[in-house]
Design a protein around this ligand. Sequence first.
Ligand code: CDT
Length: 301
Amino acid sequence: SRIVTVAAAQLGPIQKADSRESVVARMIALMEQAKAKGATFIVYPELALTTFFPRWYHENRAEADHWFEATMPSPATQPLFDKAKALGMAMSFGYAELTPDGHHFNTSILVDKTGKIVGKYRKIHLPGHVDYDTSRSHQHLEKRYFEPGDLGWPVWEFEGGLMGMAICNDRRWPETYRVMGLQGVEMVVLGFNTPSVNAQRGDEKIEDRMFHHRLSCQSGAYQNATWVVAVAKAGDEDGHHCMGGTLIVDPNGKIVGEIDHEDDGILVHACDLDATIFGKETIFDFKRHRRVEHYGLITER
Ligand code: CDT
């Protein structure tokens, strides 16, 4: 067996007024709990350092630049990297990235036990809209503030296995998992901020949104024989509520653990990467069973 003991580190709400430093202190506290429970790899949510700012409209989009990180580690996150190195803890977290040439991405990184950034992913499926939309109960302006990711979905040799990343809305798309599955991915880690209300459909229940979240992660895991670690930022941010549902799914598609509250907290599970082998060698042996001659439309439309 090849065990990776993962801590899914859910963050409760982050208010607009909360500083990066205060959030990093919370992340460090979760890392210490994870270490005490034997974890060697901690996974934090999408846009972990700030409130989910794409809900706020700025006519001048440059006014949103203060939510972005121009360097990583940044001065505010350096203590997190230092703690990870001191504890020998690998990690992954999401943040808004501003590149030196002025591009904006919704990004997540993989950081090894020595504190070195060894992988970067930029969110490809950006939900929401570009302009202020009066028909919605709340705004979701990811398409205004971010460009679609330009790095594809690589997988990395990491912690003794093949690791991949996705971010929030990506988890709902089978292509996300399949592109990594084709590279043999054994664990997909992803963070999310999912409003508990559908801005275009007020009658949708939070249970239904949780169902679609679980359905997406479970099917992605099963159909690609991979672990999926999905981590929420949850709770009420300045009057806007995000659902929880931090969970870990095994390569059979079964949920092995789930957080049942909306505060800071960890879910630790010893994930055996060898549990991916059976699925990859049998029903989802892609080389033997896929029929790519019939899949052309997927990339044509
Ligand atoms: N952050 C993120 O991608 N959230 C989306 C909400 C979509 S509603 C416009 C999600 O898929 O959970």
